[in-house]
Design a protein around this ligand. Structure first.
Ligand code: ADP
Ligand code: MG
Length: 559
């Protein structure tokens, strides 16, 4: 038996790997399970072209076994195994991927299921293990081999004992230290959770021996212990299933299982894109605002899978801020991952997917506006504010996407209406889209400033959210109609003949107005006779762009 050393570069690389590439230690299990799945896939692909080889799906599985007392964690598979030479090449040379080579050599057409590509994942085992022992028997070989390493110092290979074809990896788990916990990687529940999180959709069963207690048969009052082999992963991801076979309940169940939220989603979208970029996605529009939604703590993002393996919990780049309420996942084969599979480079594919998704969500919301207004109003109550912020932010760059999704209370309809509905009802002589700002609809209704506009028979939109007026200023015009506050000086309404007298009236009251202005010095700019009042004696109005309501908000903002 000869002790072989890693090549010098490999040694440095290995140390770097173990200490810095991955931000989470738990992913070692994802990497080893992905390798096992690749090894089984290789038999599957070989069987496609080799008539001697029959692939019975039931014979292929991955097994994870923890031995707390012995501090070992074993991951075994019934995959293709490795010859002595392959052991040497694939596990002795870092950044060499046998799986990547396999894909190329075999021209595996739909070999996209094979996950391996960088040739580093295996070494992540050293993040949690003092020693890694790999016993493996290659398909078509009688001899098994055993590879053992304690990390950067090198490895040994010698003949080993193994009956069946496949690979068994035994990790000797590190002892807990003051800063780091390792015991958890021997804990059945923790291991199950890690498998569920990252490897739930690996296509072969991942089995574990699960211990538990259950009522004794025939005697419900007594418990008996049992141990049974369970398949931990669900294998077929819902997003790969045929849409026609899925019910709304299936999607709701998925939403619940994934803990996207505790509410019932208002809408789900299942996308199977097959164009410029290939991906599957399931998206949800929630009904309720998460408790931290309008705070800095809220993190937007979708789960991102590459080939059914979880890469990222919350990929923020997939959603614009104004759709940050959307929950769900995206799975794609087309992503360029970086070596740790954690971060993505600024990926063109990802950008395409994000754009695609944005348009889908927009389409869904527009559909709700049109056909399911009740639902949309429930959604709007929870997230409408976010849409308005979306209009306001980024200098109005997104207004085209969002303006048709806005709703405002209408003085005439006595309910929420869209801008489009407002404009379509405008009489020909009406120049502007009128709005009035205030604390509540009831308060606005009593504003003297609304009288003239209402009397004219024009509709007024009520702005009760502090962002409303700011958002509208960014939109500026909708279908060529400008927005106008009912309290602005010039309302663009021609006075009736009878009202022409105001000028004379103003002269009559000149002294009174001057007197008033002196008393209110510094509080108002001018006191004038007004044509807009009907039943009220007086009202405040503004000149210029900033209305009284906006001023209040600006003043309340911290500088
Ligand atoms: P990658 O999976 O990206 O290729 P890894 O470091 O995870 O890189 O694995 C290196 C190589 O070792 C794999 O490409 C594969 O050839 C081989 N290998 C690892 N684990 C197994 C296994 N369980 N069965 C067969 N071959 C394996
Ligand atoms: Mg791998």
């Amino acid at each position: 038996m000869v002790q072989k050393e890693f090549k010098a570069e490999s040694k440095r690389l290995l140390e770097m790997m173990i200490n810095s590439i991955y931000t989470q230690k738990e992913i070692f299990l994802r990497e080893l399970i992905s390798n096992a799945s690749d090894a089984i896939d290789k038999i599957y692909y070989k069987a496609l072209s080799d008539e001697q080889l029959v692939f019975n799906k039931e014979d292929y599985y991955i097994k994870v076994t923890a031995d707390k007392a012995g501090r070992t964690l074993t991951i075994s598979d019934t995959g293709i195994g490795m010859s002595q030479e392959e052991l040497e090449n694939n596990l002795g040379v870092i950044a060499k991927s046998g799986s990547f080579a396999f894909k190329n050599e075999n021209e595996v057409k739909d070999g996209h299921n094979i996950i391996g590509q960088f040739g580093v994942g295996f070494y992540s085992a050293f993040m949690v293990a003092d020693e890694v022992a790999v016993t493996t028997k290659a398909l078509g070989s009688d001899q098994a081999y055993k590879w053992v390493s304690t990390g950067a110092e090198g490895y040994t290979i010698e003949p080993g004992e193994k009956e069946t074809v496949g690979t068994e990896i035994v990790l000797t788990i590190k002892e807990n230290t003051e800063d780091e916990q390792y015991d958890e990687y021997l804990d059945e529940y923790r291991l199950k959770a890690i498998i569920k999180k990252y490897s739930d959709f690996i296509r072969y069963p991942i089995k574990m021996d699960v211990k538990g207690q259950r009522p004794k048969e025939g005697d419900d009052n007594e418990l008996e212990s049992y141990e049974e082999e369970q398949t931990v992963n669900s294998m077929v991801p819902i997003w790969r299933k045929n849409k026609n076979e899925l019910t709304s309940e299936d999607y709701e169940q998925f939403y619940f299982e994934k803990r996207y939220g505790f509410d019932k989603p208002i809408k789900h979208v299942h996308i199977s894109a097959d164009g410029a970029v290939v991906y599957n996605a399931i998206l949800f529009i929630p009904e309720n605002t998460p408790f931290d939604y309008y705070t800095k703590e809220y993190e937007k993002g979708l789960e991102l899978y590459s080939n059914g393996v979880l890469i990222m919990d919350k990929c923020a780049d997939l959603l614009p801020d104004y759709f940050s309420f959307v929950k769900g996942m995206v799975d794609s084969e087309d992503l360029s991952l970086n070596i740790s599979r954690e971060l993505l480079q600024h990926d063109r594919q990802l950008k395409l997917i994000a754009k695609n998704i944005k348009n889908k969500i927009k389409g869904q919301l527009q559909g709700l506006v049109k056909d399911e207004r009740d639902k949309y109003e429930r959604f709007y109550k929870a997230f409408g504010r976010q849409l308005k912020f979306g209009v306001y932010n980024d200098y109005g760059m997104n207004k085209e996407d969002l303006q048709d999704l806005l709703l405002f209370y209408s003085s005439k309809e006595k309910k929420l209406v869209t801008l489009d509905e407002y404009v379509s009802r405008m009489p020909e002589d009406q120049k502007y889209i009128y709005y009035a700002s205030g604390e509540s609809n009831e308060r606005i209704e009593k504003l003297p400033q609304t009288e003239l506009v209402s009397d004219k028979g024009y509709e007024i939109l009520y702005f009760t959210d502090d962002i409303d007026e700011f958002a509208i200023k960014v939109i500026m015009k909708y279908k060529d109609k400008e927005f106008k506050s009912v309290s602005s000086g010039d309302l663009g309404i021609e006075p009736d003949a009878s009202e022409k007298q105001t000028e004379a009236e103003e002269n009559d009251s000149k002294d009174l107005f001057e007197q008033m202005q002196t008393i209110l010095a510094g509080k108002v700019k001018a006191v004038k006779a007004s044509k807009r009042l009907k039943t009220h004696p007086v009202c405040l109005s503004t000149e210029g762009e900033v209305t009284i309501e906006m001023e209040k908000i600006l003043k309340a903002m911290p500088n």
